[in-house]
Design a protein around this ligand. Structure first.
Ligand code: NCD
Length: 307
C-alpha cells in the first residue's frame, strides 16, 4: 500500500507513466469507465475546495467507482474535537482510498500512519499539493510537449503557495530547468524549498519583485493567488494582495509560445481580458486535473484496464 503525501513520493518514471495514462484516458475515456467498479473513494476536506475535491469525485465516478466524504470540517466530527488519527482509522473501514485536505501541514502524514488504505494529500496548509502538481505536469506535457529545457516563472505568493512548492520540487528533477521567482520580498519562497530544490541542485534562478522584469524568455508563467487564509494579520494581506497583477499590457512583452498557468481560484491576479489569449492555459489546466487524478487513483489501487 502506498500513500502520496509529496510529489517526490513518485519517481520520474512513475510520473511519466501517470502522465501517459492521463493522456490515454483523455483520448479513450470509455475504455476506463469501469476500472474502479466496486471501489470507494472518500474525500475528506477540512478546508475549502472546488476543483480538487470535485475533480477527485468526478475522476472516481468516471472510473465507475463510488464516492463519499465531507467538504468542510464543520460538518465532520472534527468540529466535536475528533483527531485526524481517529477519523482516518474509522474512514479506512468505509473506503478503499482517501483523498484529504487539511489546513495543518503534516496532517496527511499523521493520517497515513493510521490508515489501512492509501492516503492522497489533496493539500496540507502552506506545505504541499502533489495532485495539483500532477495536474500541472499533464498540462505542461500537453501544451509544450516536454519537461526538460524549460524556463519557469512562478509569480505571487511563493511563501504560502503550496502548489508552487510541489511544482518546484517536481521540476527540479528535470534537465535544463531555470526558475524565475517573482514575488514581493515578504512572500519569497521559503528557504527550505530554495535550498533543497534549487540551490543545492545548482539550478539557475533569478528573483524579482515585478512581472515586467521576470516575464521575458519564459516558457511557463505560473501565477498564484495571495493566500489570505495563511496570513497572521489582515493588514499584511491587504498591503500585498495587489502587488503582482498580470495584465494584457504585460502579456505584450511575454514570448508568443509562453503559457500562463494558475492552479485557480483566481482572485484578481490575472486580468480577465487575458482569458481569451491563446496563451492562457489555466482553464485547460483545470480540465487536466480530473484525468491526472483518474490515473493516480488507478495506480494506487493497482488497477489496470481489463482487470
Ligand atoms: C490551490 C490550493 O488549494 O492550494 N487550489 C487548488 O487546489 N487548485 C491554490 C489556491 O488555493 O490558491
Amino acid at each position: 500500500m502506498r500513500h502520496i503525501l509529496n510529489i517526490l513520493d513518485l519517481s520520474v518514471e512513475e510520473i511519466d507513466e501517470l502522465v501517459a495514462t492521463a493522456m490515454d484516458i483523455m483520448a479513450r475515456p470509455d475504455v476506463y469507465s469501469n476500472v474502479c467498479h466496486n471501489k470507494t473513494l472518500a474525500t475528506l476536506f477540512f478546508e475549502p475546495s472546488t476543483r480538487t475535491r470535485l475533480s477527485f469525485e468526478a475522476a472516481m465516478w468516471e472510473l465507475g467507482g463510488r464516492v463519499l466524504g465531507f467538504s468542510e470540517a464543520s460538518s465532520s466530527s472534527a468540529a466535536k474535537g475528533e483527531s485526524v488519527a481517529d477519523t482516518i482509522t474509522v474512514v479506512s473501514n468505509y473506503a478503499n482510498i482517501i483523498a484529504m485536505r487539511h489546513p495543518k501541514e503534516g496532517a496527511p502524514l499523521v493520517a497515513s500512519a493510521h490508515a489501512t488504505v492509501p492516503i492522497i494529500n489533496a493539500g496540507d496548509g502552506g506545505h504541499n499539493h502533489p495532485t495539483q502538481t500532477l495536474t500541472d505536469l499533464v498540462t505542461i506535457k500537453k501544451e509544450l510537449g516536454r519537461f526538460n529545457n524549460l524556463t519557469i516563472g512562478l509569480c505571487g505568493d511563493l511563501k504560502f503557495g503550496r502548489t508552487v512548492h510541489s511544482l518546484i520540487a517536481a521540476m527540479s528533477r528535470y534537465n535544463g530547468i531555470k526558475f524565475v521567482l517573482i514575488s514581493p520580498k515578504e512572500l519569497k519562497l521559503p528557504a527550505y524549498i530554495s535550498k533543497d530544490y534549487i540551490i543545492n541542485k545548482n539550478i539557475p534562478f533569478v528573483e524579482t519583485t515585478t512581472l515586467e522584469e521576470g516575464i521575458e524568455g519564459l516558457d511557463v508563467l505560473y501565477m498564484t493567488r495571495v493566500q489570505r487564509e495563511r496570513f497572521f494579520n489582515e493588514e499584511d494581506y491587504l498591503r500585498l494582495k495587489d502587488r503582482l497583477i498580470l495584465t494584457q499590457k504585460k502579456m505584450e512583452s511575454a514570448p508568443k509560445g509562453m503559457i500562463v498557468m494558475h492552479p485557480l481560484p483566481r482572485v484578481n491576479e490575472i486580468s480577465t481580458e487575458i482569458d481569451s489569449d491563446p496563451r492562457a492555459a489555466y482553464f485547460r489546466q483545470a480540465a487536466c486535473g480530473k484525468f491526472a487524478r483518474m490515473a493516480l487513483i488507478m495506480k494506487l489501487l493497482d488497477l489496470k484496464v481489463g482487470d
